[in-house]
Design a protein. Structure first.
Lengths: 298, 278
């Protein structure tokens, strides 16, 4: 009886996942049928003419996440090494706690601070600075509006650092003592131990943590919607406004006036689901190789 | 040891310390900035009055606060039973193929972007009923609660030693009595921590509410009307062009952040030794 009831609840979880996939596929059928694979590389998003191509959103999602990781990986990994190697256990616990609080702050609050602090900062300081120093690169040309791919990436970085730090710290602490002692016995400095012996051993776990962070960044909605500029164009410059998959859903879903429009938006959701599914799967695989998957429910 | 290697050692660890300092200062900057701007907007009216029309000063977010409460209540009603009993199944009976798949489904669900969860609730509740509602928003948040509830329940029940179960069974207690009255109470603090962390996480979710609970300038009656919520209010007010609304957005952000951090921090304090975080 009891076993049956708890089995029922467990099965309902499977049911929800299947229902989720079915609902996404069924409610995007018009767009799937009409555009096929072209949906993925079409660059025109014109609800009035009912032409829907998702490439600008896919591009924006990938670029903002890449910028986010470019900042978050060194920062998060550095923090993790500090916590695992240098800080006293109590300090490490306490800072670890603070880092996890960073992950607990709602994304709309990151967006709020993004709109009123980071956007003006990029417009007046970072943007002109980058244009001045690297203006010969197409990446940093154009007028900095403040909102744009770079701003979104910077905020994503702050949001995903906790995932990298928390998981990497656990992974680093799980490296066997013998691994460390072997390097020490050869006369390595503390840093050489970390660099030559501990990091390589923990590599797949660290890569797993980065994939987890990537999945988070790809699906992040509110903070990005508020600062990315919401313009469905593909521009070389990171200072230009862009758009992401999650952001277009947040902005246009309630405005979808026709069935095809709605189905096109749901298909974007389906694509987003597919991408995060693959990235999360990769993360799990990496962490399983470290035998630490139990620790990770990020 | 050469001077070079020693310098390298110091420089490298100095850099890691700098990373930690930057990460922690981002947190303190966020907390401080929101507290600073939020305090100017928080007053009694904020908690007791409805939003005022543009241009009219004053007003509050009473409806959004109640709306968030209702949404969280409904989400708990959906997410906690499924998560709890699903976790019980995994921990007590789930050492088989089916258990593997349920675990896999829960992890998959955990990785689904929150906005996609909103689409899911939209297609199965808002579309058929043809209206935005508290029900749809609560359902979206409830589904989001399931994966963490499942995995934390399983994890904490597994920490209860097998000998405890065997002692109870040996005294002739039924399997269900053993689990509900012996195993679950032994893991109670852990289970509560898991649930609270779960609640704190969905309390700040905005994306799944945008097109399920939608928003409302007035009170929402019952469960079938669109409702305001704190996160969606922050979003709406932040991207508006009005100075007055910005001030309210900061106030709402402060209230929401305090709520989330208190529940989150409190949950962690319940446990003597922190387990892996949700």
């Amino acid at each position: 009886m009891f076993r049956g009831a708890s089995l029922g609840f467990a099965l309902s979880i499977l049911g929800i996942v299947l229902g989720l996939i079915a609902a996404l596929a069924w409610n995007s059928r018009l767009a799937l049928g009409k555009f096929g694979w072209r949906f993925l590389w079409g660059t025109t998003w014109d609800p009035v003419a009912e032409i829907f191509g998702a490439l600008p959103f896919i591009y924006g999602t990938l670029v903002t996440s890449a910028i986010g990781l470019l900042i978050a990986v060194p920062l998060g990994l550095g923090t993790a090494i500090f916590l695992a190697e240098l800080a006293a256990p109590r300090v490490s616990e306490f800072i670890g706690f603070l880092v996890e609080l960073l992950a607990a702050i709602p994304s709309v609050i990151y967006g709020l601070v993004g709109v009123f602090v980071v956007v003006p900062w990029v417009r007046t300081v970072i943007g002109p600075g980058l244009s001045g120093a690297f203006g010969w690169l197409p990446l940093f040309q154009g007028t900095p509006y403040g909102v744009g791919l770079l701003t979104a990436g910077m905020i994503l970085a702050a949001m995903v650092v906790p995932f990298i730090t928390t998981v990497s710290r656990e992974v680093l602490l799980a490296v066997p003592r013998a691994q460390r002692e072997a390097a020490l016995a050869l006369g390595a400095t503390h840093w050489e131990v970390v660099w030559t012996s501990i990091l390589p051993y923990a590599r797949s776990g660290i890569v797993g943590s980065i994939f987890l962070a990537l999945a988070r960044a790809l699906g992040e909605t509110m903070a990005v919607t508020m600062v990315v500029g919401n313009r469905p164009e593909i521009k070389a410059s990171l200072l230009e406004p862009g758009y992401t998959m999650a952001a277009v859903l947040a902005n246009e879903f309630t405005e979808a006036t026709s069935d095809l429009y709605l189905h096109a938006l749901v298909e974007i959701g389906l694509v987003l689901f597919g991408i995060t599914f693959l990235v999360n799967g990769a993360a799990r695989l990496m962490l399983l190789r470290m035998g630490r998957v139990q620790e990770v429910r990020a | 040891m050469t001077w070079n290697r020693r310098t390298m050692n110091a420089a490298a660890f100095g850099l890691t310390a700098l990373c930690a300092a930057i990460t922690v200062s981002v947190l303190f900057f966020l907390l401080g900035y929101i507290a600073w701007h939020g305090f100017r907007g928080v007053n009694l009216d904020f908690f007791t009055h409805l939003p005022t029309p543009v241009g009219e000063a004053g007003g509050g977010m009473a409806n959004a606060i109640v709306g968030t409460g209702k949404l969280l209540g409904l989400a708990s009603l959906i997410g906690i039973p499924i998560g709890f009993f699903g976790g019980v199944y995994l921990s007590e009976f789930g050492h088989n193929r089916l258990g593997f798949w349920v675990r896999y489904a829960a992890d998959l669900l955990n990785g689904v972007p929150s906005i996609v969860m909103g689409i899911f609730a939209y297609t199965i509740i808002v579309l058929p009923m043809k209206q935005f509602s508290t029900l749809a928003g609560g359902a979206a948040l409830g589904v989001m609660m399931i994966p963490i509830a499942v995995r934390s329940t399983e994890e904490f029940l597994r920490l209860v030693p097998a000998s405890v179960r065997e002692a109870s069974l040996a005294l002739g207690a039924h399997e269900w009595k053993t689990i509900l009255f012996i195993v679950v109470p032994a893991a109670f603090r852990g289970l509560l921590t898991g649930i609270l962390l779960d609640l704190a996480r969905v309390a700040g979710e905005t994306a799944p509410l945008l097109f399920t609970a939608f928003n409302n300038r007035i009170w929402s009656h019952g469960w079938l009307e669109p409702t305001a919520s704190l996160p969606v209010m922050i979003f709406t007010y932040a991207i508006s062009p009005y100075e007055d609304w910005h001030r309210q957005a900061w106030a709402a952000a402060l209230v929401l952040m305090l709520l989330v951090l208190l529940v989150n921090g409190g949950a962690r304090l319940l446990l003597p030794r922190r387990r892996a975080a949700a």
